[in-house]
Design a protein around this ligand. Structure first.
Ligand SMILES: O=P(O)(O)OC[C@H]1O[C@](O)(COP(=O)(O)O)[C@@H](O)[C@@H]1O
Ligand SMILES: [Mg+2]
Ligand SMILES: [Mg+2]
Length: 351
């Protein structure tokens, strides 16, 4: 079935019909996630009309002040997804520990990881924000999952997606068969397939980075951005444009729509933390989506989805987007590693 009124549920049912061994559990789980995103979209859209703006007097595990909407979105995600028997446990940016499905509900074979509200520093400014999620399989035989069961490399994701609450609410999804985008038709309350088979343009002249961190960057990133800024008369031979929304969902969504690169690299300020963005519920799901749309996603040194996590809230450097441009930045990291190795060799010979 392919028509111009295909809802996200119909799309998933159709996709699962061709998936060997599918029982309907995954379809039902995604349906609950979609419902949660509709509830969050509704809350976000009310803005200051409801008492949901502003900060709480709590901080999350990251030490960041929680916004009321962070907490509301987290509650919505839990309530929508804990009851149906498809999940064994959940992990969220807003919760320090693993959230096991309470014993009053049945447990299922999947694990859900999510950032309930991404870009929440933008809430008060009415700038696009979103929700990011990733579905993993609960390891065989595990009925009471703990932290280690969530420490799976991104290559093992069953599904990843995000909802973006912008001028329109959209949900973008991959189950490993490409990337599709759905727009919420508020009149009927359904996400409708509007962006089938999204592919990121291979080439780009647009980068997204928080330039205020320039003095802290490592040399390959500094070299890349310097060359972008040099424009047509520099070694890249073309003028670049820049965007930085400070909502990863909004920056990644733009890249899916028209190409570009997004960088939140390692810098000397973040060195101890390992990066800014979180591996399990920001970097991995976005990497799965970007790769499925023909792009690349790397730390600069390795493919993000091949990193084995060691902590629930682990942070990681992120460089993702248009294939050729990300490959170019990775090559600069390799040059820099080679220069470092040569310098060590020369110093040893000099002794
Ligand atoms: O404020 P900075 O340093 O530019 O960082 C912005 C980045 O941080 C994030 O907002 C982190 O997400 P949260 O709002 O979920 O903490 C990304 O979405 C965004 O790209
Ligand atoms: Mg986030
Ligand atoms: Mg968040």
């Amino acid at each position: 079935m392919h028509n111009n009124r295909m809802t996200i549920t119909q799309f998933i049912i159709e996709e699962q019909r061709h998936t060997k061994g599918a029982t309907g559990e995954f379809t039902a789980l995604l349906n609950d996630i979609v419902t949660a995103c509709k509830f969050i979209s509704n809350a976000v859209n009310h803005g200051a009309l409801m008492d949901i703006m502003g900060a709480m007097d709590t901080v999350n595990i990251q030490g960041e002040v929680q916004k009321k909407l962070d907490v509301i979105s987290n509650d919505i995600f839990i309530q929508s997804n804990e009851w149906a028997g498809h999940l064994a446990a959940m992990v969220s940016e807003e919760m320090e520990e693993v959230y096991p499905i309470p014993s009053k509900y049945p447990r299922g074979k999947y694990l859900l990881v999510f950032d309930p509200l991404d870009g929440s520093s933008n809430i008060e400014n009415n700038v696009s924000i979103g929700t990011i999620f990733s579905i993993l399989r609960c390891p065989d035989g595990v009925t009471n999952p703990t932290l280690t069961d969530f420490l799976q490399a991104g290559t093992r994701q069953v599904c990843a997606g995000y909802a973006i609450y912008g001028p329109a609410t959209m949900l973008v999804l991959t189950t490993g068969n490409g990337v599709n985008g759905f727009t919420l038709d508020k009149n009927v309350g359904e996400f409708v397939l509007t962006h089938p088979h999204i592919m990121i343009p291979v080439e780009t002249q647009e980068f997204a980075i928080n330039m205020s961190n320039m003095r802290f960057w490592e040399s390959p990133v500094k070299r890349y951005i310097d060359e972008c800024l040099a424009g047509k008369s520099g070694v890249r031979g073309k003028d670049y444009n820049m965007r930085w929304i400070a909502s990863m969902v909004a920056d990644v969504h733009r890249i899916l729509m028209r190409g570009g690169v997004y960088l939140y690299p390692l810098d000397s300020k973040l060195a101890k933390k390992g990066g800014r963005l979180r591996l399990l519920y920001e970097a991995n799901p976005m990497s799965f989506i970007v790769e499925q749309a023909g792009g690349l996603s790397s730390t600069g040194r390795e493919r993000i989805m091949e990193v084995t996590p060691t902590q629930l809230h682990q942070r990681i450097p992120v460089i993702l987007g248009s294939k050729n441009e990300v490959a170019h930045i990775i090559a600069y990291h390799q040059d820099s590693l080679k220069e470092d190795a040569d310098a060590i060799k020369n110093a040893l010979y000099a002794c």
